[in-house]
Write a protein that binds this ligand. Structure first.
Ligand SMILES: [Zn+2]
Length: 272
C-alpha cells in the first residue's frame, strides 16, 4: 500500500469551497451538465438558473425479500430522509442537492443502483446496511437492551440508528462523486489519500463524527467541479491536484502514530 498524506487545509474550508463553486457557476451556461462525462452510476452536476445542483437518482432494492411491506417502506423512507442531510452539508458550499430515491421498476433516468439490506454490516457504495455493528456502539445491542414494551427506549435506538445510517449514506454519496476513501486501509493495492484532518473531519474518512464536524474539503471540490467547468481551477490549484496525485511513501511511523493519535496533524506534503 502507498499513502498520500492529505495536506491540512486552511481553516476557511467552507469559504474556499464556496469560491470554487461560484467560479464554476460563472464559467458555465444555465443548462450545462456533466452527465455524459461521469460514470453511468454516478451523481451528476447541473448548472441551473439558481446555481449548481448536485443530482442523485438512487434506485433502491430492499432485502431480504421476506421483509414486511411496512418494514420495506420504513427503510425506503429512512433513505429518502437522508436527502436533507446531504443538502445541509452541500448548502455550506453553495450547492443544492436534488435527491431522489426510487424503488420497483427501473425508470429510464435512474442512475445509481443500491441494495438496501436490513441487517448489520459495513456499507459500501452499492450496498447500504440498515444497521452498524461496531465495537464502539453496537446498534443491534441497543435494541436488544430495551425491554420489549419500552417504546421510548426503542425509539431512541431507532433515532441513533437512522442518524448513523444517514452519515453512512453521506459518505457513500461521496463515492458516487468518484471520491476515494481517506482512512488508512492495509490491503489497498493502489495509492491512497489518507486524511489526517481532524475537526473538521473528512466525509471520506469517518462516518462516526457528528454532522457539524465533517466537511467535504477543497481537495474534493477540486476533483469534482472540473467535470462540469473544465477551467475552474487556477494554475496553483491545478498544481495542488497534480501533487496530490503524486505518490508519497508513508513511513511506518506515520501509520503507527496515526492509529495511536488520530488527531495528530502530519505535516503536509511539500507543494513544489
Ligand atoms: Zn467508503
Amino acid at each position: 500500500m502507498r499513502l498520500i498524506v492529505a495536506p491540512v487545509e486552511d481553516r476557511e474550508i467552507r469559504a474556499m469551497n464556496r469560491d470554487l463553486v461560484s467560479r464554476c457557476e460563472r464559467q458555465v451556461p444555465v443548462g450545462a451538465t456533466n452527465e455524459h462525462i461521469v460514470p453511468e452510476s454516478g451523481a451528476t452536476l447541473l448548472r441551473q438558473a439558481d446555481g449548481i445542483h448536485l443530482r442523485y437518482r438512487y434506485h433502491a432494492t430492499v432485502l431480504p425479500t421476506s421483509l414486511s411491506k411496512a418494514r420495506v417502506l420504513k427503510l425506503l423512507e429512512d433513505l429518502k430522509s437522508c436527502g436533507s442531510l446531504l443538502n445541509e452539508v452541500w448548502d455550506r458550499y453553495g450547492v443544492k442537492v436534488d435527491y431522489e430515491v426510487r424503488s420497483g421498476s427501473h425508470k429510464r433516468d435512474s442512475r445509481t443502483f443500491v441494495t438496501l439490506k436490513d441487517w448489520p454490516s459495513r456499507s459500501d457504495s452499492a450496498n447500504f446496511y440498515s444497521m452498524k455493528s461496531h465495537w464502539a456502539f453496537d446498534q443491534v445491542a441497543c435494541f436488544e437492551d430495551c425491554p420489549v414494551d419500552d417504546l421510548e427506549c426503542l425509539s431512541n435506538c431507532d433515532q441513533i440508528r437512522k442518524d448513523s445510517f444517514c452519515r453512512t449514506v453521506l459518505h457513500e454519496s461521496g463515492h458516487h462523486l468518484q471520491l476515494d476513501d481517506e482512512y488508512p486501509e492495509e490491503d489497498r493495492g493502489k495509492i491512497q489519500t489518507v486524511a489526517f484532518n481532524a475537526r473538521p473531519w473528512s466525509v471520506m474518512d469517518t462516518t462516526n463524527e457528528s454532522l457539524d464536524e465533517v466537511e467535504f474539503f477543497p481537495r474534493h471540490l477540486r476533483s469534482i467541479l472540473p467535470t462540469l467547468c473544465p477551467n475552474v481551477l487556477t494554475e496553483n490549484e491545478r498544481r495542488l491536484v497534480e501533487n496530490a496525485n503524486r505518490a508519497l511513501e508513508p513511513t511506518s511511523i506515520h501509520k503507527a502514530l496515526w492509529w495511536v493519535f488520530p488527531d495528530l496533524i502530519i505535516p503536509a506534503i511539500p507543494e513544489t
